[in-house]
Design a protein around this ligand. Sequence first.
Ligand SMILES: Nc1ncnc2c1ncn2[C@@H]1O[C@H](COP(=O)(O)O)[C@@H](OP(=O)(O)O)[C@H]1O
Ligand SMILES: [Mg+2]
Length: 336
Amino acid sequence: MAAVLSEKVQLQLKAGEFTDKADATPVTIADYGAQALVIWSLRRSLPDATFSVVAEEDAGDLREPGGEEMAARITELVNAVLSVEAGAPALSSEEVLDLIDLGDSAGGSQGRHWVLDPIDGTRGFVGMRQYAVCLALLDAGQVVVGVLGCPNLPMEPITDADAAAGAAERVGQAGVGALFSATLGGGAFVGPLKEGGQPLQRLALEDSADFGEARFMESYESKQSDHSFAGRLAAVVGVTRPPLRVDSAAKYGALARGDAAMNLRFPHAGYRDKIWDHAAGALIAAEAGAVISDVGGKPLDFGNGRWLDMDRGIVTAPPALHAALLAAIQDLAPAS
Ligand SMILES: Nc1ncnc2c1ncn2[C@@H]1O[C@H](COP(=O)(O)O)[C@@H](OP(=O)(O)O)[C@H]1O
Ligand SMILES: [Mg+2]
C-alpha cells in the first residue's frame, strides 16, 4: 500500500504537478502517508501484544500551526489508497497523524518491534531515481523478517548504461518495480511489485573471489558515503568496473539478486546511521548469501535502539569478497 501511494506521488512528479522538483513537498507527502499506511496495515493484522513500531517520522511538525494543509494533503492521498486497495473507510486528519505517531517505539533487544522507513532515499525519490519502502521485524534484537518495496527498480538487472543514467533510465516503464522479502533461515525472494510480489523467485548469490568482473555499489551521493575511499579500496583489491551509484536500501535488493557483488558504505565522520535504513536490506542480502558487517567485521547490531552504531561503515558482499575487502581496508582506514 505504501508503495502504491509513493508511486502515485511519483506519477504526479513525473507529470510536473509539482513545479519545483527540488521541493521537499512530494516526498513529505509520500513519506508521512506511507508511514500511516504501513502502520494501519500492521495494526489491522496484528494482536496488540506484538505492536511496537520504530519508524523514521513523527507527526510533530504536522500538528504545529501551519501544518494543517500538509496534513490534509497527506490524508487525502492516504484515503485514496485505503479506498482502492483495502475498501476501507476514510480516516480523519487526526487519525492519520495518530497513526504516524505510533511509530515512536525505542526498539531494543527485548521483545518484538517493527522497523519502518516509509521512504528511504528521499533524494532519489525527488530525483525520480531509486528509493525503497523498508519494513523489518526485530525479535530479541535479531532481524527475522525483511521487506523492501522498490517502485522504481526494474525487474531486470541494472546495466552499466543504467548506472551512467543514475539507474533511472527505465523508471516508469512496464516491468518496473521490485519487491524483495526474506525471513531468517527461510531465504530471500524477489517478485514484481505490481503483481504483489508474485511469482517469487528465490535469490542465491555465488561465492567468488574474483574482483575482476565484480562491480560495487555505493550511495548516489558522495555526501552520504565516501566515494573517494570506496574508489581507492576498489582499486586496491583489483576492481576495474565503474561503481554503480544507487540511492537507498534498493542497493541491498539489487545486490541480493546479483546486479553488483559489493555494497560499500562509508559515512563521513560524525554521521550516525539509523536501524530502519539497513534492517530489512541486511536480512535480504544475508539470506541471499552475502555477509554484512561493519568495517571491523562485527555483525550490525539492530537491538540497540533507534541508532545503528558501527565501526566506520558497512561492507556487504559474498563471503570471499567480503573477507578480502575487510583485509584490504585495514591498510586504508577510511578518510574522515
Ligand atoms: N550525510 C549523510 N551521511 C550518511 N548517510 C546519510 C547522510 N544523510 C542521510 N543519510 C542516510 O542515507 C540514507 C539514504 O541511503 P543512501 O545514502 O544509501 O542512498 C538516508 O535515508 P532517508 O532518505 O530515508 O533519509 C539517510 O538515512
Ligand atoms: Mg532512510
